[in-house]
Design a protein around this ligand. Structure first.
Ligand SMILES: C[S@@+](CC[C@H](N)C(=O)[O-])C[C@H]1O[C@@H](n2cnc3c(N)ncnc32)[C@H](O)[C@@H]1O
Ligand SMILES: CC(C)=CCC/C(C)=C/CC/C(C)=C/C(=O)O
Length: 304
């Protein structure tokens, strides 16, 4: 997904979830007593979730806010939109990379990420990198991403259709690594522990979003579907129609409802999905060494 402005216009679900979760976690995040926090966001896309919901939580004198994304286009767009913000910038970063750039290592008090990690197949590498981004004196992270979503099943069905198979050969790269997990909480908790996090709390939230009208659904698909940019544009509408047919075949269409804007009947689509909401803290080096020498896993504030 590269089309920043398209995504920015069709990310109601992502914005809704980030807003609610940040309201809950605003006081759990461990803000510095000197108000000089540094925060890095992973997979910021066009930057509006970061700037609308995370930026207002930072203390006025924050040290730096870094939005990152694997997409050059997203980073360019976000830098243009938010160039007037002091101590704020967007950079290209692949969170699943083998070698984290040295200038980012150990520099941040907080790492946040919304709706990105389901795009990253190598969660082990991503969590190792998130751990390394945090300061050695300690820091915390709030990671929100899709464990499962019907969109991934729709991709599988379209991939089996020979009309689209050619464009979707790598379909598995775009399915959340936890989509088929029998216990996503346990699996992600294990990955956090392996990355070095001692205190963590992982929740699986079951949510439902209702798309009012076929155009709303199609706009949301256009904003995130990685296959469309490979398909000739004259076939986009056909692909989207096939997408909607699969959704209907999966019984995700609700009864027709009255559209108050034009008095016509319109379709409604329901999307039941599961979100991982994970909060984890990196302990200061001295404490971690002490605890590991003692073979102790410490509990604090209800965290594991
Ligand atoms: C659905 S958007 C989320 C954007 C924003 N965080 C939000 O909540 O609206 C996912 C973003 O993750 C980015 N992304 C995908 N894989 C990534 C990776 N390996 N490293 C960093 N960003 C990645 C995509 O380019 C995209 O901009
Ligand atoms: C009813 C149905 C299948 C809806 C799917 C809607 C949709 C476009 C979900 C996208 C999920 C996703 C991968 C979001 C993202 O990364 O931002």
């Amino acid at each position: 997904m590269n089309q920043a402005s398209l995504y920015e216009r069709a990310n109601q679900v992502q914005r809704h979830d980030a807003k609610i979760i940040l309201e809950e976690y605003a006081t759990i995040l461990q803000w510095r007593s000197d108000g000089q926090d540094s925060l890095l966001d992973v997979g910021s896309g066009p930057g509006n979730v970061l700037m609308d919901f995370v930026h207002p939580l930072l203390p006025k004198g924050y040290q730096q806010l870094v939005g990152t994304d694997v997409s050059n286009k997203m980073v360019g767009y976000a830098n243009k939109c938010y160039e007037s913000y002091a101590r704020t910038q967007f950079q290209v970063l692949d969170i699943g990379c083998d070698r984290l750039p040295d200038h980012l290592k150990g520099r941040f008090d907080h790492v946040t990420s919304f709706y990105c990690l389901h795009w990253v197949q190598n969660l082990r590498a991503a969590l190792g990198n998130i751990y390394s981004l945090l300061r050695n004196e300690g820091g915390d992270c709030l990671l929100v991403f899709l464990a499962s979503n019907p969109v991934f099943e729709v991709y599988k069905v379209l991939h089996a259709n020979k009309k689209w198979a050619h464009y979707m050969q790598d379909v598995d790269q775009f399915i959340s690594p936890l989509h088929y997990s029998t216990n996503p909480v346990e699996q992600f908790t294990q990955l956090l522990s392996e990355a070095g996090f001692i205190h963590h709390n992982v929740e699986l939230r079951s949510e439902v979003f209702v798309y009012e009208g076929v155009n709303t659904l199609k706009d949301n698909v256009k904003a995130i579907c990685p296959f469309l940019e490979r398909i000739p544009s004259k076939q986009h509408e056909e692909f989207l129609d096939d997408f909607v047919d699969v959704v209907i075949a999966m019984n995700l269409q609700q009864d027709l409802v009255q559209d108050h804007n034009n008095d016509r009947l319109q379709q409604r689509f329901i999307s039941p999905y599961k979100l991982i909401v994970a909060y984890a803290r990196k302990s200061p080096d001295f404490l971690r060494n002490m605890l590991s020498e003692m073979g102790i896993k410490k509990s604090s504030k209800g965290l594991e």
